[in-house]
Design a protein around this ligand. Structure first.
Ligand code: 6PG
Length: 231
């Protein structure tokens, strides 16, 4: 059984405030301790309200580097692009927003290019904020031919092709690996709804033997994981 702390909220507003508050706190602490902060934020719909709240925080944004936990292999102007979503919110504040994807590379090369770019980043990450799909994927660590590599590769990022392709964004991706995620100074999981809660509880219970990627990911964590949830 993986040790994780659940933080339950009655409403979406309370959840949003708590997650944005935690992200602000971790960034402030990193800025105080090291002078800069490097953080990874998720795509998908769940984090949007909290990201909108976080961007109002008075922080030394010019010393903050933000990257997506994963991104879809689409042009940056595409509505499926996670880096576009982050850039729209945080570039105007002066933050550095780092893409995981770019150019027109095939998936494996896109992963290698992302890994190479991440070698130039202050490491480990100060903070990884994760979402989760109802199929138990997190970041873009999905069921499919690249699952084992995402869980075992020593690289910081790799290219993956989910199987089945997720209907909301049926494209190949680049994702932070388990090794990159678990090496972060702090990891937070942000989910909503009874269905996702059930999946995550089962994944935590089954750990390394889980059928869900997030269970396999968290099975090796040596740090406390905070899970923020509302119905
Ligand atoms: C992405 C993600 C992914 C996301 C989940 C949940 O697809 O870009 O980073 O891991 O967090 O799919 O997405 P929702 O919040 O939209 O349910």
């Amino acid at each position: 059984m993986i040790e994780a702390e659940w933080w339950d909220y009655d409403s979406a507003e309370e959840l949003t405030e708590a997650v944005a508050g935690d992200a602000q706190f971790v960034i402030e602490s990193a800025l105080d301790a090291r002078g800069d902060a490097v953080v990874a934020f998720p795509g998908g719909s769940t984090p949007l309200a909290a990201l909108d709240l976080l961007k109002k925080a008075k922080l030394r944004w010019k010393d903050v580097t933000i990257l997506p936990t994963d991104d879809r292999l689409v042009p940056v102007q595409d509505k499926l692009s996670n880096v576009r979503m982050l850039a729209e919110r945080f570039l105007p504040l002066g933050a550095r927003v780092l893409p995981l994807t770019g150019g027109d590379l095939p998936v494996a090369e896109a992963g290698k290019a992302a890994d190479a770019r991440l070698q130039a980043v202050h490491w480990p990450l100060d903070f990884v904020w994760l979402g989760m799909g109802a199929d138990g994927h997190t970041a873009s660590i999905f069921p499919g031919p690249d699952l084992e590599a995402a869980l075992t590769a020593p690289h910081r990022a790799i290219g993956v092709t989910p199987d089945p392709l997720p209907p909301e964004a049926p494209v190949a991706r680049v994702t932070l690996t388990k090794s990159a995620i678990l090496s972060a100074r702090a990891v937070l999981i942000h989910i909503t709804g009874a269905e996702k809660r059930k999946v995550l509880e089962k994944a935590l219970k089954d750990g390394a033997g889980s059928k869900y990627p997030i269970g396999r990911l968290l099975a090796d964590t040596s740090q406390a994981i905070d899970i923020h949830w509302c119905p």
